[in-house]
Design a protein around this ligand. Structure first.
Ligand SMILES: Nc1ncnc2c1ncn2[C@@H]1O[C@H](COP(=O)(O)OP(=O)(O)O)[C@@H](O)[C@H]1O
Ligand SMILES: [Mg+2]
Length: 144
């Protein structure tokens, strides 16, 4: 990903999360892996929706909890949206053939990525999201 800022952001509302999603989509390059880490309800799926919007994907994005991965190919780059909540570890991710996505032609966005961190590429972008003090506030830490 081009010129990704390593930073801590305080999102005051979902509009800020949308802004981040659109920015990530604009900078995204084939092969990028975005690892989303955060409790239930912190906005992992919401951020993925805004990344999809930024890529120009018109489909409705819903959490792939049962299928583990969903593919969206109508945007600037293919989006592979993972929700690995039901997996035990990274080995199980590789068992479902994830390598072709992780090192593929699109971008991967992975919810609950801490579970599979051991098999993600070295240069994956980690986005940690926590609840802030106020309603609608989220603390977002972006690292590599
Ligand atoms: N700043 C924010 N960023 C993202 N979502 C927010 C924010 N403030 C409130 N929300 C709400 O929090 C919820 C996040 O849900 P979801 O994206 O499904 O979380 P997760 O996938 O992490 O479980 C949504 O209902 C969304 O509207
Ligand atoms: Mg979710």
């Amino acid at each position: 990903m081009k010129e990704l800022k390593i930073e801590r952001i305080v999102n005051k509302s979902e509009a800020d999360t949308r802004k981040l999603g659109l920015e990530l989509a604009e900078k995204a390059e084939a092969g990028d892996v975005i690892a989303l880490i955060g409790d239930l309800g912190t906005g992992k799926t919401a951020l993925t929706r805004y990344i999809a919007e930024g890529l120009g994907i018109k489909d409705t994005i819903s959490s792939p909890t049962f299928t583990i991965v969903k593919e969206y190919k109508s945007g600037r780059l293919p989006l592979y949206h993972f929700d690995v909540y039901r997996l035990g570890d990274g080995e199980e991710l590789l068992d479902i053939g994830a390598e072709e996505y992780l090192y593929g032609d699109g971008i991967c966005v992975i919810e609950w990525a801490d579970i599979v961190a051991d098999v993600l590429p070295e240069d994956a972008i980690a986005i940690n999201i926590e609840y802030g003090e106020n309603e609608g506030e989220r603390i977002v830490n972006i690292t590599r």
